[in-house]
Design a protein around this ligand. Structure first.
Ligand code: ADP
Ligand code: MG
Length: 323
């Protein structure tokens, strides 16, 4: 099999120092804690997990919107975690992000024309006339009209604003787009339109996606592979179909069991997790999921399970799968 690795993440950590109150100077929020995975060119890689598990921090740290605490980020073989500010600024053209709330990420005082041409101008691409042409072109591609170029973000609906947010990242012809909950703020009927747009653009521009979402249904529909995160770590990583058919990690099993059943004949035993997600400041020892796991064994309380590849494909970080 020919592999064409676009991005390789090795032992990525992002720990935020706590600078308020009781824990001042002593402790860290372990938002991302030793995460490793790689992404093939052209694929859609999902990052799922409950709110607060570190999905957004992983996405932002990958393109150094947050500085990593440690680890390597190899993009086309080059460790971009070591690039200078200026080198990173140039490289970021190839690594774009689409955010959950397009309204918050679009400057309300700028017209769509300004919003779309600005990234090109910042990166010193094309002449002014060419930039205007590109903006007009991309408007049509994302399903908007060139006559809307001189309007302001507030004149558009939520779905249209997300189309603008997507246009703004695609106009730079990036290799990788990190889409962080790109449809979570939209009505369900609009969600599938925006998803279809992302799929169309992927084909047209040979894009690679990291698709971040807490919505397992959307992730199942759009991704090729999925990583499940819990308390800053990847607990399971597999091809999407395999993960949904045969979840291995007790946490993945619980997450999927909580999904609404889509077929009336489908039977599902809902697994109720005990307790709340523990704090990422003082995560439980050993396997951080052990406090909520119905299959907890003695080893789980002391030893951190490594993410290990399974014979049948996929990887899981769980002592149940020690040989
Ligand atoms: P998700 O996107 O999965 O909901 P986040 O990556 O936003 O999770 O957050 C992971 C953890 O890191 C949470 O506990 C969150 O409170 C914490 N966190 C996120 N951003 C910051 C920050 N800038 N400073 C301190 N803690 C943060
Ligand atoms: Mg998030």
């Amino acid at each position: 099999m020919v592999t064409n690795t676009l991005l390789q993440v090795k032992n990525l950590k992002k720990h935020y120092p706590i600078d308020k109150g009781l824990f001042k100077g002593k402790d860290y929020v372990k938002a991302v804690d030793d995460v490793s995975f790689s992404i093939q060119r052209g694929e859609t890689f999902g990052l799922v997990g409950e709110s607060g598990c570190g999905k957004s921090t992983t996405g932002r740290t990958l393109i150094r919107l947050n500085e990593p605490t440690s680890g390597q980020i190899l993009f086309e073989g080059q460790d971009i975690s070591q690039l200078s500010y200026e080198e990173m600024r140039k490289t970021r053209r190839k690594l774009q992000m689409v955010f959950q709330d397009p309204y918050a990420s679009l400057n309300p005082k700028k017209t769509i024309r300004q919003i779309l041409t600005e990234p090109l101008r910042v990166h010193g691409l094309y002449t002014k006339e060419e930039r205007e042409e590109k903006a007009a072109e991309i408007m049509e591609i994302v399903g908007l009209h060139t006559s809307q170029l001189d309007r302001y973000p507030h004149e558009f609906s939520g779905g249209q604003r997300q189309r603008i947010g997507i246009a703004r990242s695609v106009i730079l012809q990036p290799d990788l787009i990190i889409a962080d909950e790109p449809v979570s703020a939209l009505d369900v009927s609009i969600q599938s339109q925006v998803i279809n747009l992302l799929l169309k653009l992927q084909k047209e521009f040979n894009l690679t996606y990291i698709f971040i979402s807490h919505d397992l249904g959307v992730v199942k529909h759009i991704t090729d592979r999925v990583a499940v995160m819990y308390l800053g770590k990847i607990v399971e990583l597999a091809n999407t179909d395999d993960l949904y058919d045969k979840p291995r990690h007790p946490y993945t099993q619980a997450l999927l069991s909580a999904e609404p059943v889509r077929h009336p004949d489908e039977k599902r035993n809902r697994i109720i997790l005990k307790g709340d997600v523990p704090s990422p400041v003082n995560p439980p020892s050993g396997c951080t999921f052990h406090t909520r796991c119905a299959s907890c064994m003695a080893i789980c309380k002391t030893e951190v399970p490594k993410l290990r590849q399974l014979v049948g494909g996929g990887s899981v970080a769980c002592h149940l799968y020690n040989e």
